[in-house]
Every structure is written in C-alpha cells, then in structure tokens.
Design a protein around this ligand. Structure first.
Ligand code: B12
Ligand code: SF4
Length: 492
C-alpha cells in the first residue's frame, strides 16, 4: 500500500527552544516498510501545509496515518483527516500516538467518519496488521485499534526496542531539527517508559509503568549511523540503570563515536549515578533537562515526585561541577499569586541554570486528570499545551498571564545576559557559518511569541472540538489508567 505518515505542525510555544525529529513516526514508518508498504513522511513541523496537498496529489496514498502525541494538535489532525477524505474518500485514514491513545473513542466520534481507525499504544506492532485489515477487513481484530467496527484486543507491547530502527531517511529537511544551540540535532531512544508515577504525567500510564532498554550494541550502532553532530536522547529519564548508561558509554568509547548530547533525567538518578554522568560529560554530554518541578517540599509531594528539595539542589550543584548546562523545569500552579511568581523570579535570577516554566495541566492519562478535570475552565484542545491555564487561576486570568510572561522575560533576559550573550554570539557565529539558522531565529522570536495579551486572547477563540471529560469517579485501581496493560517486569 502507498502510506503517507503525517506529523502535525509545532505548537508556537515549543518552537522557540526546539524542534525535534518525529522519532515515533519514523519508527512506525520503518515497521510499515518492513511489512512491504511504500511509505513517505510529511513533517508539518518543518514543511508548509501546501507540501501535504502536493504529496496527496502526487503520491496518491491509499492510507494516511497522522501522529497525535499532543492534545493541542487534535483539531489540526481532524482538519487534515477531513482534507484527506475530501481529496479521496477511499483513502484509509488513521491516527495514533501518545495523547490520542487515552481518548481514542471520543476523538473517533469527533472525526465524524473522516477517521477510519485510531491505534492506541505503540505503533510499531500495530501498523502492519492495521494496513492488512484496511485492505482485507477485520479492523476489530487489530491490537489497540478502535474503529466503527469496534475495538480490537489490547495493544501489543514491542518485545525489544532495538528494532525497527527509525526511518530517518524519510524525514527530509533534517537541518531544521534543533534544540537550543545544538543545531542541527537528531534524536535517539535508549530506553522506553518510566517506572515512577508522578501525578501530573502520562509517560508512566502510557507504557503501564514498564521500562525497556535498548541493547548497548544496537543503541551505539544506531547512534554511529546518525549524520548530525548533535543528539537529543528522548528517554523520559535517562540512565535510570547505571550499568546501561555505562555499557553504552563503553561501546561509544570503543567505537570512538563523538557527538554532543542533550538529555532529560531526574535529580535522584543523577545523584545516584554520578559516575555515569561524569563519563557521559567526557563523551560530549553538554545539556541536561532536570524536572525539578517545584522549589518547595509541599509542591514536590503534591506532584508525587518522590524527590526532596535538598536532592534537587544537590543535583544542580553536581551538574555544575560536571560542567553540564542544566535547564530546570518548574510547574506553575494556577493558584499562584503575585508573591509566588516573584519568588520564582528571585530563584531564577540567583541560580545559573536556565529555568523553564510549564503551567500545571490535567491531561488525559494522568492522575490529576481525574482529580482536577471537574474544575476545567476550558476544554479547547489547543489550550492544553502547558502554556495556558485550563483550571481557575487565583489571579484574574489576564494578570496571571502578565505575571507568567514577566517571569519568562526575566528568565530570558538572564539567559541572554551579558555573560551568556558573549557565549551565545560565539555559538551563533559558528552555527551561521555552517548555514544553521534555527538557534538565531529562536533568539529573535521570543518576545513575539511570549505575549500576555496573545495568551489571554487564545481563550476567546471559537471552539470546534472539545476535550472529553473523564468518567465520573476516579479509578480505584491505578492500572485502569494504563494504555499498555501487561507491563514488563523490570524496575529500576
Ligand atoms: C521528545 C518529546 C518531545 C519532542 C517532540 C519531538 C517530536 N516532534 O516528536 C519535543 C521536545 C519537541 C516535545 C515538545 C512538546 N512536548 Co513532548 N515529549 C517528548 C517525549 C519525552 C518523548 C517522545 C518520543 O520521541 N518518544 C519515543 C517515540 C518512539 O515514541 P512516541 O513518539 O510516543 O511514538 C510511539 C507511539 O506514540 C506511537 N505513535 C506515535 N505517532 C504515531 C502515529 C501513528 C499513525 C501511529 C499508528 C502510532 C504513533 O507509536 C510510536 C512508536 O511506538 C514524550 C514523553 C514520552 N515518553 O512519550 C513527551 C510528551 C509526548 N510531550 C509532552 C508535552 C506536554 C510537550 C509540549 C506540549 C511541551 C511544551 N509546551 O513545550 C511540546 C509540544 C510539541 C508540539 N506539538 O509542538 C507530553 C504530552 C502531553 C500531552 N498529553 O499532550 C509528553 C507525554 C511528556 C509528558 N510526560 O507529559 N516533546
Ligand atoms: S515526570 Fe518524569 S519521573 Fe515523573 S512519571 Fe513522568 S517521566 Fe517519570
């Protein structure tokens, strides 16, 4: 079958700091190719919508799969599905990805016949059987599939994440993928899933708390084949198992693979596995994203982070000693008043790290979705991007955004402060010399995108499709939140 896979466009607010390759879609593409389909990918993060129309007309796909990892992309994905069906009513249209897995039945209903199936869970295992069923019938027998014919059995968990390797050759315009000054930047997955259970997060419920690791040999073989000099490691929590991080490092050293890396981890994991991070710093680990979430113990308890403020601060000190630049994430509680925003500004200007702010948002698949969704002030999918407040704010909403943006501006000014500006200018010069302009654009764009009036106005837009609400009572058994229901055994 001719299969076209589509990634929706980036959200304005994430485009500033990074734009990364659609790794999940590339893996689905590879699995479909293994099943002998003719596959193309259109990534609307880097291509204009007109390019999709051109592919539809030129390639004439018999099936179109759209990635829906992000709730805020639901209206766009439904629009694409409708366009595809209008162009060719016989084309088989399906959706898959993280967010849509939790609300598959509702999104299928909202699509009003323009979507033939929604695939829950990992796409590598389902895409082959799905396309076979699209041709021969039997959609209700495909694991994880939801369609007008009914629901298939539970999604199948991929036995090993070593294969299929992402079909990176299908994503053209790879020079557009970057994160901060790592420009251009590719992505790789060393492990999948998270064994913790933070209340605001759906990473653990998607994989049923299972945690799988790529074999060090396969991971390094893949890494060595990546053209880009920079790599973002997409693992939710990198190097949970020190021996895994060490084994990959040893293989990289043996094969003399040298790149620059950005990863995401937890403070307790960093402190516990300091030697691994030291070894990786020698190998090129330059940036790290730490989910600090809250600067006080009360907030950390609320989010069930299972880390203390002391551990967070010690982790920051250790990262500084290792020479790794840290980006800290803090969750903004909509209940904050002006004083609490001021506290965060004071904190952000005293630590040398970059601070990122994300607004506490109850997503389907999280525990807070069940406790907070009754309080939602909006159900506009587009506002569920962790940059908007979707539950009541203590401050009037306009003032909340004013405080939020003021805090982001203070942080940004610090980030671009004199000392950093000298460094940034050096990096900028080097990147521009190589024809890489993503980092430069990021520096220009900030003030245009972060604008309180614009964020407030986003709430006034007409809403075509609304996020569904969860069932009335929270599940007694947390396993009811899982997408993959038979977790593998491994634990950290
Ligand atoms: C890397 C990453 C990113 C990258 C995205 C790169 C890209 N374009 O794909 C960047 C850094 C840009 C990013 C940004 C954001 N992210 Co993000 N991100 C992740 C992260 C850590 C890993 C994703 C990944 O690559 N996984 C590895 C691949 C192999 O898995 P996958 O993408 O899930 O794909 C599999 C399945 O989902 C499925 N699948 C995927 N697509 C399709 C398509 C079809 C047709 C089918 C059948 C199946 C299928 O099959 C794949 C293979 O198994 C996840 C957490 C997680 N564990 O998933 C969060 C996560 C997905 N992100 C999240 C959020 C909140 C965001 C932001 C909104 C944050 C922000 N405001 O800046 C933005 C929005 C992005 C946008 N729309 O523009 C949330 C999702 C929340 C939600 N419910 O909407 C997550 C779950 C993190 C979390 N724990 O809360 N993110
Ligand atoms: S926030 Fe991080 S540690 Fe917590 S469950 Fe999500 S991925 Fe795991």
């Amino acid at each position: 079958m001719r299969l076209l896979l589509v990634h929706p466009s980036p959200l304005m607010y994430s485009e500033i700091f990074l734009r990364l390759e659609p790794l999940g879609l590339e893996r689905v593409a590879a699995a479909a190719r293994d099943a002998h389909h003719d596959v193309r990918v259109v990534d609307l993060q880097v291509l204009p919508r007109g390019e999709l129309a051109r592919e539809l007309a030129g390639f004439r796909p018999e099936a179109v799969g759209i990635s829906l990892n992000y709730l805020a992309n639901v209206p766009e994905a439904l629009g694409i599905a409708a366009d595809v069906k209008r162009a060719d009513p016989r084309c088989f249209v399906f959706l898959g990805g993280h967010s849509v897995s939790f609300i598959a039945d509702d999104v299928l209903a909202q699509a009003e016949g323009t979507v033939d199936a929604i695939v829950k869970g990992e796409g590598e295992t389902s895409v082959g059987p799905l396309l076979a069923a699209a041709r021969d019938g039997g959609l209700d027998t495909v694991p994880g599939a939801v369609s007008s014919q009914g629901r298939g059995p539970a999604p199948k968990t991929l036995h090993s994440i070593d294969f299929p390797r992402p079909a990176r050759d299908l994503t053209r315009h790879r020079r557009k993928y970057f994160i901060g000054e790592l420009d251009p930047c590719a992505s790789i997955e060393f492990s999948r899933g998270c064994p913790w259970d933070c209340s605001f997060c759906s990473a653990w419920t998607f994989y049923g708390r299972a945690y799988r690791k790529a074999s060090p040999e396969a991971a390094v073989e893949e890494l060595a084949g990546i053209r880009e000099p920079n790599v973002f490691i997409v693992d939710d929590v990198a190097f949970i198992r020190p021996e895994h991080g060490d084994a990959i490092a040893a293989e990289l050293e043996r094969r003399r693979v040298r790149k620059r890396y950005y990863l995401e981890t937890r403070s307790d994991v960093l402190l516990r596995n300091l030697e691994v991070f030291r070894r990786w710093a020698r190998l090129g680990l330059e940036y790290m994203f730490l989910g600090v979430e809250s600067i006080d113990a009360e907030g950390l308890d609320l989010y069930r982070k299972r880390v203390s403020p002391d551990e967070n601060f010690r982790a920051l000190e250790e990262a500084r000693r290792l020479g790794i630049t840290v980006a800290i994430n803090l969750i903004v509680d909509p209940a904050w008043d002006a004083g609490q925003f001021q506290l965060i500004r004071d904190f952000a200007t005293t630590v040398p790290e970059i601070v990122h702010l994300t607004v506490m948002t109850p997503y389907p698949g999280t525990e807070i979705w069940h406790t907070e969704s009754r309080r939602l002030t909006t159900r506009d999918y587009r506002l569920f991007d962790i940059q908007h407040a979707v539950v009541p704010t203590t401050l009037p909403l306009e003032e909340f955004y004013r405080q939020l943006v003021l805090t982001q501006q203070v942080i940004n000014r610090k980030f671009l402060g004199l000392r950093t500006a000298v460094g940034a200018a050096r990096v900028l010069g080097a990147n521009l010399a190589r024809g890489q302009t993503n980092f430069a654009r990021m520096l220009w764009k900030f003030n245009k995108v972060y604008n309180p009036a614009r964020q407030y106005a986003d709430h006034q837009r007409p809403v075509a499709h609304e996020l569904p609400l969860p069932p009335p009572a929270p599940p007694g058994d947390r396993r009811e939140l899982y997408v993959h229901t038979r977790p593998l055994k491994s634990r950290p």
